[in-house]
Design a protein around this ligand. Structure first.
Ligand SMILES: O=C(O)c1ccccc1N[C@@H]1O[C@H](COP(=O)(O)O)[C@@H](O)[C@H]1O
Length: 213
């Protein structure tokens, strides 16, 4: 029996790569559990600090504000963190680097061949969860590609956030296969990079709720 959901019975949903106030408002209204903001300048979805501050000001209590970083300078993390509830490290950060700010964090792992997930769960024992994403050489994430979900062990010492190429069309199958604690989507709910599509956000959440039922 898979138990990545930690027996909560409800799959949490994170929408990532938000850049516009109207998308934040729609995601909150639809019931997303967490909203992700890309703070890596190399991304088409990257935002600056003033925009981050303006966007998170729209987020009510009990919706988690997540900042996505790729091998950031510690000073950048510190400056952004005052606007965030949770840090998402999506590069090659060591466990100590992830923990350095003293704030809650999750670690993204790209599912390259031979990755030892159980070993990674031990190494990143301080993480609140592991986010599993597709691997494409030279690209830190947000590829819109899936990976072989059957590679995820039936039990892992950390909650699993499943990411990588999820869409309204495949998320139910992903939940049935992996039973993750949460799912994370960016490209699969977009009209264009950084511009979310309300119909796709709605369809994604509907598909998750149906899968959970
Ligand atoms: O979104 C980005 O531009 C990005 C850049 C660098 C690292 C990660 C990035 N996005 C995250 O990747 C996963 C999967 O995204 P997708 O659904 O396949 O588009 C997700 O956590 C994104 O937030």
């Amino acid at each position: 029996m898979l138990d990545h959901a930690m027996s909560t019975g409800r799959t949490r949903v994170k929408f990532c790569g938000l850049t516009r106030p109207e998308d934040v408002d729609a995601a909150v209204a639809l019931g997303a559990d967490a909203l992700g903001f890309v703070l890596w300048p190399g991304s088409k979805r990257a935002i600056e600090l003033d925009r981050l501050a303006a966007l998170v000001a729209r987020v009510p209590a009990f919706v988690t504000r997540v900042g996505l970083f790729v091998d950031p300078e510690p000073e950048w993390v510190e400056r952004a963190a005052e606007h965030l509830d949770l840090l998402q490290f999506h590069g090659d950060e060591s466990p100590s680097r992830c923990a350095a700010s003293g704030r809650p964090w999750i670690k993204a792992l790209r599912m390259r061949d031979g990755l030892d997930l159980d070993g990674a769960a031990e190494d990143y024992a301080g993480a609140r969860a592991l986010l599993l994403d597709a691997y494409r050489p030279g690209v830190p994430g947000g590829t819109g590609e899936t990976f072989d979900w059957s590679r995820i062990p039936a039990t892992l010492a950390k909650p699993v956030i499943l990411a990588g190429g999820l869409t309204p069309a495949n998320v139910a199958e992903a939940i049935a296969t992996v039973a993750p604690f949460a799912v994370d989507v960016s490209g699969g709910i977009e009209a264009a990079p950084g511009r979310k599509d309300v119909a796709a956000m709605t369809a994604f959440l509907d598909a998750v709720r149906l899968a959970d039922a």
